[in-house]
Design a binder for this molecule. Structure first.
Ligand SMILES: Cc1cc2nc3c(=O)[nH]c(=O)nc-3n(C[C@H](O)[C@H](O)[C@H](O)COP(=O)(O)OP(=O)(O)OC[C@H]3O[C@@H](n4cnc5c(N)ncnc54)[C@H](O)[C@@H]3O)c2cc1C
Length: 597
């Protein structure tokens, strides 16, 4: 069976020992976000996730959502769990206090969301999509829209969606056909069209659903420049902000899909529905992008979260399951066989899972701290610098963490052997649930193109320098350290090759864009692996300093060091193959004619 305990010790390690959470509490507006606040909120969230959400995960997958006469029923227990979640204030954690939020930092919200997704990803989709809608309205809506929609979205009485995808387009949103026709009412439009694959598009958890919809005005230019963003609620709001009459929004059905079966994935039909323009006419893609960047980090975190549950479950199983004897002789003579953990191949899989999960969490924590600084620092240049670091690393967090998570959940299933393939043990669900994270919020191939095609060259490489400079400085300073050099030196070598490959790719891509596009996925992975090398070196530095003075915690720091060593020796070398493959250029990918496939 799967097991889950919130990794509170790892959160504390990252927040208080590797990255200084105290820096967040120095930011204006976050004065109350001290280490104590973080610890108290995380401990409370852990209880809810372990005791309420996790037990609903397996039955929720078996039952799935049901579509009955236009209504979607979530699995048994979801409504009660959602009410607890809402009443506990979890939907309001990071939202603006002006509209009823608690105004806590994104970093804290991030870890809470990780726990929710580890416990029950399907459940987490409902408040997750609402958070995206809140962000879009908060950043781009006018004051009336904010006052009308935000309080109920933030307190979780109503929920939100992101309606982008249509049958003919998912990646290429320039093909959106949904129409928005202005009416005589100020800022009121009539929306008509069909959206597909809409997460949380219809359900029985809240008494209204507020859709954020991309649509095209009659005179709009073609392509992405002609798309606008609209609020289109299932029920209109009355002047005093209560639920009003039904709008022309109907659910046409739900998808039967591979995973996240308790998350309703809906066809939503808009039929002359009343909608309200958010932001500028034809500015919808820009507005949606601010929301999508946060959502992309959130999806990277979903992968990480499933990897955590897979690791904990596989570790527990490997310690209990008795099978075969150690190649170096019997280790548990009083038992009929040794536990799986003695086998080198099982250890290889567990350490791979652990290195990607804990390293990924550290990388994400670094990015989230930069996100908080990008919003709250007083100095505009420093804000911009942090924002650029987040922008650069967002596609890496989204794509590499989810690619790794699919590998990790799959390894978890492998450690369970045949029992991993059986539904009732929960491991195959983690693999199925994880798979979508590589696809939605921009498929991982699109993240790679974002990194190579947009972020790499932006501001003549300034975004790259936000990462390259601090990493270069840090690793260079540490690589000849007698103790830390063991970690910093391989990380620095891989970093050096990343710099060379970046220059090569930038040069070749200017002459022939296929050269950059054909290498994009491998480049993103190599970049991500180097970034993990950097954070594992920082983790090792803290662990080396702390292990001597640990009060009974030596095992925690020793495990960090052993995992860092494993990462440098067994996982980072993948970059060598990636750099060689990138060096072979676009020809091996492009020479076969389309009709010959
Ligand atoms: C369970 C689930 C939940 C979802 N939730 C939502 C939601 O809440 N709201 C919403 O709007 N959408 C949602 N989606 C839709 C999802 O975001 C899209 O499926 C995704 O963006 C990919 O679009 P597509 O399926 O049309 O694939 P396509 O765009 O047809 O792409 C197919 C493949 O081609 C690749 N590709 C496409 N264009 C290029 C290019 N220019 N260069 C290189 N490769 C390219 C893609 O990477 C992908 O691998 C959801 C989907 C699922 C399955």
């Amino acid at each position: 069976m799967t097991v889950y305990r919130a990794p509170l010790r790892d959160y504390k390690f990252l927040l208080e020992e590797v990255f200084d959470v105290g820096e967040i509490a120095k930011l204006p507006g976050y004065e109350e976000a001290t280490a104590e606040t973080f610890a108290a909120v995380l401990a409370e969230g852990a209880k809810l996730c372990e005791e309420v959400l996790f037990p609903l995960n397996l039955p929720g997958d078996a039952e799935g959502c049901r579509f009955e006469n236009g209504v979607v029923r979530t699995p048994k227990g979801f409504k009660e769990a959602y009410d607890l979640f809402r009443q506990g204030g979890w939907t309001a954690l990071a939202a603006d206090p002006h509209y009823g939020g608690q105004g806590l930092p994104a970093t804290l919200n991030f870890f809470v969301s990780e726990m929710v997704a580890s416990a029950n990803l399907s459940f987490g989709m409902y408040p997750g999509l609402t958070a995206g809608a809140v962000e879009a309205i908060h950043q781009h809506g006018d004051e009336v829209q904010k006052k009308t929609w935000l309080p109920k979205l933030i307190d979780g009485t109503w929920s939100g969606t992101m309606c982008l995808t249509e049958p003919q387009c998912g990646t290429d949103l320039g093909q959106v056909k949904t129409r928005a026709v202005p009416t005589d009412g100020d800022g009121v439009y009539r929306i008509t069209g069909t959206k597909i694959f809409i997460s949380a598009g219809e359900h029985d958890l809240t008494d209204n659903i507020v859709h954020l919809v991309l649509a095209r005005l009659p005179d709009a230019p073609s392509g992405t420049r002609g798309i606008s963003l609209f609020i289109v609620p299932k029920f209109l709001a009355t002047d005093d902000g209560a639920r009003g009459p039904r709008n022309g929004v109907r659910c046409g059905g739900i998808e039967h899909k591979m995973g996240i079966k308790a998350s309703a994935t809906c066809v939503i039909n808009f039929d002359d529905a009343q909608g309200y323009l958010v932001g500028e006419k034809n500015g919808g893609m820009r507005a949606m992008f601010t929301m999508m960047n946060a959502a992309r980090l959130g999806v990277g975190l979903q992968g990480l979260a499933l990897g955590e549950t897979a690791y904990q479950s596989a570790r527990t199983y490997a310690l209990e399951r008795l099978q075969g004897r150690s190649p170096t002789g019997v280790k548990f003579p009083d038992k009929p066989a040794d536990p799986l953990i003695v086998h080198p191949d099982i250890r290889r899989m567990l350490l791979t899972m652990r290195a990607y999960t804990e390293g990924g969490r550290a990388l994400a924590a670094w990015v989230m701290q930069a996100e908080d600084k990008a919003h709250r620092l007083t100095d505009a240049d420093e804000r911009a610098a942090n924002d650029e670091l987040v922008g650069l690393l967002t596609p890496i967090v989204k794509a590499m963490l989810t690619d790794n998570a699919f590998l990790v959940t799959n390894l978890g299933m492998q450690i369970f052997g045949g029992h991993g393939y059986i539904h009732d043990n929960g491991m195959e669900q983690l693999v199925r649930d994880c798979r979508i994270t590589q696809i939605y919020e921009g498929a991982n191939g699109i993240q790679a193109l974002d990194l190579v095609g947009r972020k790499m060259g932006q501001h003549t490489g300034r975004l790259l320098r936000r990462f390259f400079h601090p990493v270069d400085q840090y690793l260079r300073a540490k690589m000849s350290d007698p103790a830390l050099g063991e970690f910093a030196l391989p990380a620095y070598r891989a970093f050096g090759r990343l710099q060379q490959t970046t220059a090569l790719l930038a040069q070749k891509g200017l002459v022939n864009p296929d050269e950059a596009a054909a290498a994009a996925a491998e480049y993103l992975r190599a970049f991500g692996l180097v970034a993990l090398g950097y954070v594992w070196t920082r983790i090792a530095e803290v662990a080396l300093a702390k292990r001597g003075m640990a009060n009974g915690e030596a095992a925690f720091y020793d495990a960090k060091l052993a995992t860092a060593r494993f990462y440098m020796a067994k996982l980072l070398p993948e970059t060598g193959a990636l750099f060689a493959s990138i060096g072979s250029g676009a020809k091996p990918v492009m020479e076969l004619a389309a009709e010959a496939f």
